[in-house]
Design a protein around this ligand. Structure first.
Ligand code: HEM
Length: 193
């Protein structure tokens, strides 16, 4: 057991093995059908989305409010080590969520209808547009400004402070958007809208 949980890679692999065992034991309806492939895409989509929004909420609920309480000499542990790693998973999981979400909508046959907010795909269409705005913010506002704020790209002190503020405000904006976005995601199948 210890050998598994001392490694993140082995822990994740163990999760996949556990899933396969559970599906086999439960006699899951696994078949090489379009419906099954769509279901697997939905599962992958939710996995990616959980990582993205989980990290977004980590930044907003944990890291940003904690920074003023950390002594200056200890701040580099966050800015040089933790934040760059979190941002790596954050931006790539955002992209993976967009890709799996768009594939899911395509496989479900309503990509264009949803993006045009046609009935009965209005709920997921609104959710998709909100999530696309959030993903745009991640890649084109938060990440470029975080690179300046964290010193990955060297800029003058004033520009660094400005970049840190813009990244923080955009991150808060995305936290606000995540609330209606998630409502719309789950509303489509469950009559919430
Ligand atoms: C641009 C990004 C996104 C796109 C294009 C997208 C697209 C979709 C689509 C097409 C569905 C299926 C709706 C249905 O037919 O029931 C869906 C469901 C869902 N999405 Fe997203 N989504 C995006 C972002 C996110 C994010 C960031 C999350 C965060 C966790 C998320 C979580 C979910 C959840 C929980 C469901 C419900 C699955 C179910 O009820 O079976 N999505 N999304």
């Amino acid at each position: 057991m210890g050998a598994i949980f001392q490694s993140l890679g082995r822990s994740v692999l163990a999760g996949v093995v556990l899933l396969v065992v559970l599906v086999l034991v439960a006699g899951g309806n696994v078949s090489p059908s379009h419906a099954w492939a769509t279901f697997v895409m939905r599962w992958l989509h939710v996995l990616c989305g959980v990582m993205w929004v989980g990290l977004l909420w980590y930044f907003n609920f944990v890291q940003i409010p904690s920074m003023p309480k950390i002594p200056d000499e200890q701040k580099p542990a966050v800015s040089k080590v933790i934040a760059p790693t979190a941002l790596f998973w954050f931006r790539w999981s955002a992209l993976a969520t967009v890709v799996t979400g768009l594939l899911l909508a395509t496989m479900s046959g309503y990509l264009v209808g949803a993006l045009m907010l046609q009935k009965p795909f209005t709920a997921i269409g609104i959710g998709m547009w909100i999530a696309l705005v959030m993903a745009f913010n991640v890649w084109f506002i938060i990440w470029p400004n975080q690179k300046k704020a964290l010193g990955i790209v060297t800029v003058e002190a004033a520009e660094k402070a400005k970049a840190a503020r813009l990244a923080m405000l955009t991150s808060r904006f995305n936290t606000m958007l995540s609330i209606p976005m998630l409502f719309c995601m789950v509303a489509q199948q469950n009559g919430g809208l």
